[in-house]
Design a binder for this molecule. Structure first.
Ligand code: SF4
Length: 279
């Protein structure tokens, strides 16, 4: 997910593409097989012609450094336990990262920044993510994105974002019984996520809360639904991490605050030393 910035150019959603996703969902609440089945269905999605062409072309042509890899080349589903109480929402897979490995933030520079922070605050079993079978486990935490296919120049259109939203809404509904907090990485993800939260039953204030690093909003749940604490965090793109706009400490602070609200630290958040302060 290198250098992801998103695209704010107007791009009307293609209703035919949205219909293609809804047809794959079958039921508004998500498939009967739960998140496992949802993830399986996502990997077969071909609703966005431009992204299907791109992800498959990248998988065919490859980057020289990964010539011996068989690229995933398909939509990348969410990663993490099905009863997660904390969800991270990014932007879209990187062409030679998740589009190669088939797992969120795995095999790219953004993941090299994200996973050490998750490990430092006790949410991941290891600080590195190199392949889908590297043994990495997330604790109480799941990672997903509002666009599941790698976009050209790391820039999905708003139409593609809106087409893919139904997958995110369904994922949120399936996670709702346990989900208590969300960290949204970047403004594009924020804009994509707020309507998805509303569609999944939470009450999103109007006007919608603005994105910012450190932004925080509590969304009341619908009937029978728990409230959701939503945190904003700069995206872990190289644009932000190479320039120091987002530091490891800043990321750890947001992650640990969100994990605390999600109930993942029953004895309180980890101290700075435990959280790897100083790296
Ligand atoms: S971006 Fe989403 S909706 Fe579009 S083809 Fe990929 S999985 Fe399907």
């Amino acid at each position: 997910m290198d250098g992801l910035s998103g695209l704010d150019e107007p791009n009307e959603p293609d209703e035919r593409n949205e219909l293609r996703v809804l047809n794959q969902l079958d039921e508004p609440g998500g498939p009967p097989g739960g998140l496992g089945e949802l993830d399986e269905r996502i990997t077969g999605c071909r609703a966005c012609p431009r992204l299907v062409d791109w992800r498959e072309e990248v998988a065919r042509t490859k980057r020289a450094a990964f010539a011996d890899w068989t690229y995933w080349g398909r939509p990348v589903p969410g990663f993490g336990p099905h009863d997660a109480s904390l969800l991270l929402i990014g932007l879209a897979p990187a062409a030679h990262g998740a589009n190669r490995t088939g797992r969120m933030f795995t095999g790219d520079r953004s993941g090299e920044f994200l996973y050490p922070a998750l490990y430092d605050v006790g949410l991941a079993s290891r600080p590195t993510a190199v392949s889908a079978d590297d043994g990495l486990t997330l604790y109480g935490t799941r990672i997903t994105s509002p666009v599941h296919c790698a976009p050209p120049e790391n820039k999905p259109t708003t139409g593609e974002r809106d087409t893919c939203r139904s997958w995110l809404v369904s994922e949120l509904k399936l996670l709702a019984p346990t989900l208590r907090a969300v960290v949204v990485l970047g403004g594009f993800g924020w804009q994509a996520a707020l309507p998805a939260f509303a569609a999944a039953g939470w009450r999103v204030p109007k006007p919608r809360p603005a994105f910012g690093h450190g932004a925080r909003v509590t969304l009341e749940g619908g009937p029978g639904q728990e409230a959701l604490d939503v945190f904003g965090c700069f995206h872990v793109s190289q644009r932000n991490t190479f320039t120091g706009r987002l530091t490891p400490g800043m990321l750890r602070d947001v992650l640990s605050a969100a994990a605390f609200e999600a109930g993942l630290y029953p004895d309180g958040p980890p101290g700075r030393a435990e959280a790897g302060a100083g790296s």
